[in-house]
Design a protein around this ligand. Structure first.
Ligand code: F3S
Length: 758
């Protein structure tokens, strides 16, 4: 396989060669016009003639590519190594973006990261070389921006070990965030199995203008659909308004579909995509796409499971937060200002941030810089810390060449490394700030507590880069750039004109420093070294196969109340450095969980604390999990609604499994986390009657009977009270016949290993 810094045209042509026939086959079999999502999925079915039924059938797919970021790649590649193959089966790339901590500024922070993470970067570089994987080193940029610039193409299908992989939907690709175990499936050449998604249509009419931007579209969609509204569905944007948005603007919208739990999001092919492909050196792909353009858009009359309509002419700037990305407020005193006063949220932000994979395109930065220039001309500077993270080295080099970075720095902005940084908790801030309740405003996508700087005191609002700029200049969370004024140093009241952006650079993109390393032609003598004494990397032992017995007498390690996201389960921030060491990272297991029980005196447990029922001691959840593991005591975890919402990190499933967690029962699950639990051999169940959650007390035990799970039949469970009485209840599951085999084998990877050995 030839691995290059862009998707080879041969791969694209192969996808397009089968597209028209497969689309026609799909129309005939389903007897109706097709959505774009259906066309792309049908064309990537391992067997295009099988039955498909939205929300019902599980199907096998052959994605075109795999992308992995450095935090998740470690565990994915440690798993791949155990499969025994000489190279990956599909083009794959590794992107070093998550491990760079923002503290001082781009150059210094990058140098520190290269030193601190040397062992991990060396491992990723050598394992990439060994197995024919493209390696994007530290400083090259954020995975989704690099993928958009180099690998995404209309009608393609990819999976990525990061939940914002759907960013590539901005170029018409079905791009799905998965756990490392799914990536291992695809890299080992096995099909990737997933439930055929529903399709939610978002019809866009009108066009954006003034202070409204693509980010406001997805903030409005999040408001309407909520964080659970997209679960099990692909969001397909269509209508005349869709074609008025640039490719990178579309990517912003698709990126944040992850926040509503969508499988992915996608736009139909249009001339904006063609222009972007050409501007990023992929003219041949644009020409090939033009030839099958009708099949790269939804059919007339395509049927959606749900349709929402947004008139872009009416859209106003929004700020969503804090703590959840669907809590939308209009900009201004009557919107976010009123909510802030009611809830005691500080009105003077402690910091403002532009960038992340969501909003760091050339267009985003030109709009922000246009505001900076007029502000400078009026004598204004940023009244808060203003931090900028370019999405890629290519974007950084281009915006530097075009003077845009200088415009931003002139009003006081600090430019950070081309990396995730504060978007993933890699942000070192003084305790004098984080020790107090404080507000930040970002152009990022996610705003769970502790997400950005590790402090629960920080209340984060997500919004467009334009609104971030306006708030930075005014120093007020409740500033409405469409009506309010700012007092200039000379005492005059000045208003800000709406931003003016440029979609693509006139002089073309500047590639900047070459940060891509292709694998060598012959990698047979490349050595991958993992030191047994390393605290960052640890080779894996397979999880044991199911013993054949029902699960009885399982203590409850944690019963979580309210939000139980992957950040609550396996926190990021300082723990990112242990992503390649299962035992060490298990030290964060459930540290963010809010215990549904109380102490004996009725007071609340500290977050992340509970009772070790073997000793009666109050300990942190990871300490209890370790104690149960060492005592050989398997256990169960109880979740509330949408357990595992958030990221695709399989550590949130591997850690409990490593520590002898066998079953997770919740009121509902986020899709990726539920699949990840199954992949690692755990049993995710949902209460048939959600009220059962309330019947489970701290000292109860749980029985799970009639294992293995039988597809389409509930599982019989029991709550065993300390006096031996039992309460029977039923729990539902989503195991397919193939997934039942994962359970029997102990994990999905154990099946792959067996097949490779055969
Ligand atoms: Fe990076 Fe993910 Fe943010 S890719 S920029 S951490 S949403």
């Amino acid at each position: 396989m030839t691995v290059t810094a862009s998707t080879p045209i041969e791969l694209v042509e192969r996808v397009y060669a089968s597209l028209p026939d497969n689309v026609q086959l799909g129309r005939e079999r389903l007897g109706r016009p097709l959505t774009l999502a259906e066309k792309i999925l049908i064309n990537h079915l391992a067997d295009p003639s099988v039955d498909v039924d939205r929300g019902v059938t599980y199907n096998d797919f052959n994605p075109d590519r795999v992308a992995m970021q450095d935090a998740t790649a470690q565990m994915a590649l440690l798993q791949f190594m155990t499969a025994g193959l000489p190279e990956v089966a599909v083009p794959s790339t590794v992107h070093c973006d998550h491990l760079i901590q923002a503290k001082v500024g781009a150059q210094i922070d990058l140098g520190v990261a290269i030193d601190t993470n040397k062992e991990v970067y060396d491992f990723l570089k050598s394992v990439s070389a060994k197995y024919q994987i493209g390696f994007w080193g530290p400083g090259s940029g954020i995975i989704h921006q690099v993928v958009l610039e180099n690998y995404a193409f209309p009608g393609g299908m990819m999976i990525g070990t990061d939940s914002h992989t759907p960013n590539a939907g901005g170029l018409g690709m079905v791009a799905i965030g998965v756990g490392g175990a799914d990536a291992v499936d695809v890299m080992t050449g096995f099909p990737w199995n997933v439930r055929w998604p529903k399709v939610i249509g978002v019809k866009l009419t009108g066009s954006l203008s003034g202070w409204s931007s693509p980010k406001d579209v997805i903030l409005e969609v999040a408001r309407q659909l909520t964080v659970k509204g997209g679960t099990g569905a692909i969001i397909e944007y269509h209508g005349p308004g869709a074609d008025s948005i640039s490719a990178t603007g579309k990517a912003t919208i698709c990126n944040m579909g992850a926040e509503i739990g969508a499988t992915t999001s996608v736009f139909g092919y249009d001339q904006n995509m063609a222009m972007y492909l050409k501007a990023t050196g992929r003219e041949a792909i644009a020409d090939a796409a033009d030839k099958v353009a009708d099949d790269l858009r939804p059919d007339e009359g395509a049927l959606y499971d749900q349709v929402i309509e947004i008139d872009l002419d009416q859209l106003k700037p929004l700020l969503n937060g804090p703590h959840t990305p669907d809590l939308a407020h209009k900009a201004g005193a009557d919107g976010v200002g009123a909510a802030a006063r009611e809830n005691g949220w500080p009105l003077e932000p402690s910091a403002t941030l532009i960038g992340s994979c969501t909003n760091s395109s050339y267009e985003d930065i030109t709009r922000a810089a246009s505001i900076a220039r007029q502000a400078a001309a009026k004598g204004l500077t940023a009244k808060t810390d203003l931090l900028i993270t370019p999405g890629s080295e290519q974007t950084r080099a281009t915006i530097e060449r075009d003077g845009l970075l200088a415009d931003l720095e002139a009003i006081g902005a600090t430019v950070l490394a081309n990396a995730c940084g504060p978007c993933i908790g890699q942000w070192s801030r003084p305790e004098s700030v984080t020790g107090e309740i404080n507000t930040i405003v970002t152009s990022f996508n996610r705003n769970f507590p502790k997400r950005n700087d590790g402090s629960a005191n920080t209340l984060a609002f997500v919004t467009s880069p334009d609104t971030v700029m306006a708030i930075a200049l005014s120093g007020r969370l409740d500033f409405d750039p469409t009506t309010d004024t700012i007092t200039a140093p000379d005492g005059t009241e000045v208003s800000l004109d709406p931003p003016v952006g440029q979609v693509l650079p006139d002089a073309g993109y500047d590639p900047g420093e070459d940060t891509f390393t292709p694998p060598p032609a012959d990698s047979s003598d490349v050595e991958v070294i993992v030191s047994p004494s390393s605290d960052r990397l640890q080779l894996l032992d397979p999880f044991p196969a199911w013993s054949g017995d029902d699960y009885r007498d399982l203590p409850i390690l944690v019963k979580a109340q309210g939000k139980f996201t992957t950040d609550h389960i396996s926190m990021a921030g300082p723990w990112l450095k242990y992503r390649g060491h299962l035992e060490n990272i298990s030290g964060n297991l459930y540290l963010g969980a809010v215990n549904a029980y109380t102490n004996a005196d009725g007071s609340a447990y500290e977050v992340g604390h509970g009772k070790n029922v073997l000793t009666g001691d109050t300990q942190t959840f990871p300490e209890i999990a370790k104690a149960y593991h060492e005592a050989g005591q398997p256990w169960v975890v109880i979740g509330d609604e949408n357990m595992g919402e958030g990221s695709s990190r399989e550590h949130a499933a591997m850690e409990p499994r490593f520590r002898m967690g066998l079953v997770a029962i919740a009121r509902s699950f986020a899709r990726i986390h539920e699949t990840n639990l199954k992949k690692q051999g755990m049993v995710p169940l949902t209460f048939s009657d959600p009220a059962t959650y309330d019947l489970i007390d701290e000292d109860d035990r749980i029985n799970v009977l009639g294992l293995p799970p039988v597809p389409d039949q509930p599982v019989h469970c029991q709550i065993v009270k300390p006096d031996g009485t039992t309460i029977d209840f039923e729990a539902n599951h989503t195991f397919s016949p193939e997934q039942v085999e994962w359970f029997r084998a102990g994990s999905a990877l154990n099946i792959v290993r067996q097949k490779v050995a055969d």
